[in-house]
Structure formats: structure tokens, C-alpha cells
Design a protein around this ligand. Sequence first.
Ligand SMILES: Nc1ncnc2c1ncn2[C@@H]1O[C@H](COP(=O)(O)OP(=O)(O)OP(=O)(O)O)[C@@H](O)[C@H]1O
Ligand SMILES: Cc1ncc(CO)c(N)n1
Length: 271
Amino acid sequence: MTKNVPEVLTIAGTDSGGGAGMMADIKTMQMCHVFATGVVTGVTAQNTLGVQAALPLPTAIIDQQFQSVANDFTIQAVKTGALFDQERVACVAENLRKYHFGPLVVDPVMVAKGGAKLLTDAAITTLVQELLPLADVITPNLPEAQVIVNRQLTTEADIWRACTDIQAMGAKNVVIKGGHLTHQVNHDFVLLANGRQLTLTGDWVNTRRTHGTGDTFSSLVVSQLAKGQELVDTLQTAKTFLNTILQDEIIVGHGHGPLNHWGAEHTNVQI
Ligand SMILES: Nc1ncnc2c1ncn2[C@@H]1O[C@H](COP(=O)(O)OP(=O)(O)OP(=O)(O)O)[C@@H](O)[C@H]1O
Ligand SMILES: Cc1ncc(CO)c(N)n1
């Protein structure tokens, strides 16, 4: 039997440990039954214990990957992950302006779980000026949101104000992931393009196997959007689904272990 499947694109760095970056993206997309293509922005030597080395790729091969994908596939939704530095951010933004890949989810990855920087300080302004205005959805975690608005966010009111400020910078829909706010309450803060606010809630899962949660969240969003799900439903699906697979641990690696991307087999959440 032949059938069409939605085609999606991840623009991200690789993780030799298999749990984050493009590896997590592709596993999530596979789990969601969409076809994953990938533009690699850089390579990391990484495992569940940390990032040992990182090498951004030359922009010429990034440009060429964009062209190869654009010339052959009908991409229905796209996401960005680790972009490393100013040159790579500018290159990716230019390609995203050139090609039309459908809704863009920007995951403004800055720091890996172990603390390694995946975006230079000098690249922040370029990210805000060039990439953010292209974003249909932006999904910063709390520390990333703080960098974008350049101030501390300590209360929920601070976070809502930051959502408004990030929207004013050009991102249509803003999701600030509250996972770093407190380990008791697990809320994500959403400001939709129409000005509506909503909170995504979920129980806090007591686990250290959280390598790639952000990548998996944004990949769930991009996959569901490619399948035509409405944004609000997409965000709720992603949140509930992630929460469920966090509870379905696999024992891999010796640090912050990866998520269980087979988790779909054990949940009632429709993806
Ligand atoms: N232990 C946990 N229990 C429940 N939900 C969690 C847990 N850790 C993360 N999440 C949820 O996972 C999603 C991704 O959040 P998080 O803030 O961890 O992303 P991130 O920091 O960008 O991840 P990454 O380490 O991949 O960069 C959010 O919806 C967050 O609330
Ligand atoms: C390559 C890469 N992208 C993103 C993250 C964040 O999870 C990571 N740890 N590594």
C-alpha cells in the first residue's frame, strides 16, 4: 500500500550520545509518523554526562543541505535547534527567508543540560533580530527567556510579561517552558498570536533522565503541526505526551539519560 506522509525538517546539531539535538528530533518525528529530514548545523561529541566538544559546520555545506532538501521535498513544518554562533544563526535565517517550509518552530537552544554552551553570547542579538521574527512558535526554557528579554524572571507575572515582550520582538506564539522555575509545579506559559494566554500543566516527574526534553517537546510540536493539528491542541498533546514518556524510563548512559522514544506504544495520548 502506498501512502503520503507529512515531511518535516529539523535544523540542528548532532548528539553522538543519541538523546538530544537532531537525534532526539528524528526519533520524535519517527514516533509521530512524520518523515524527518535534517540540516546539520554542527557536530557535538556528547553523551549523557555532558558535551565534550562541538564543531559548527561551514555555512557553505549548511546552504547546500537547505538546497538539497528544498529541491526534493515538500516540507510542511520546520524547527531549529542548536545553531552555535552568529554566523550559523544568520545563515539559517537567510535560508528560512529563501525557502518556504511551512510553520517554523524556533527552539532557541543556548545551553546543554550539563552546562555546555551551544550558542555564543554574540549570537543572541542576531537570533533576536533575524530568527525570532520568522518564528510561528518559539519555545525558550526559563534561562533562555531570561537571556532574550535580558532580565531575571522570578514570578509568574514576570514570565507573562516576558511572553509579551518576546511576541513584540516578532515571534507569533510564545511558549516559555517553566521546567526550570520550581521542581514542584510544572507549568509552561503560552501566549498565542491572538493575545490569549494559557498554561500547560503536568505533574512533575521525579527523574534525572531528562536529556533532550526540550528537543523532544519542540519536535512533537512541529510533527503535530505538520499533520494539521491546531496549535493549542498540539501544545497540549506535546506536554501530556512528554509527561507520559518521562515516566516510562529506559536505562541508557550514566548521567542525564535520554527519553524513551518508544513511549508512544504505552500511552493513550494520540499522536
Ligand atoms: N522532570 C520533569 N517532569 C515533568 N515535565 C518535565 C520535566 N522536565 C522537563 N519537563 C517538561 O519538558 C518540557 C521541556 O522542558 P525543559 O524546560 O526541560 O526544556 P529544555 O530545558 O529546553 O530541555 P533541554 O535540556 O533539552 O534543552 C517542558 O514542558 C517541561 O515542563
Ligand atoms: C546538539 C544538541 N542540541 C540541543 C541540545 C539541548 O538538548 C543538546 N544537548 N545538544
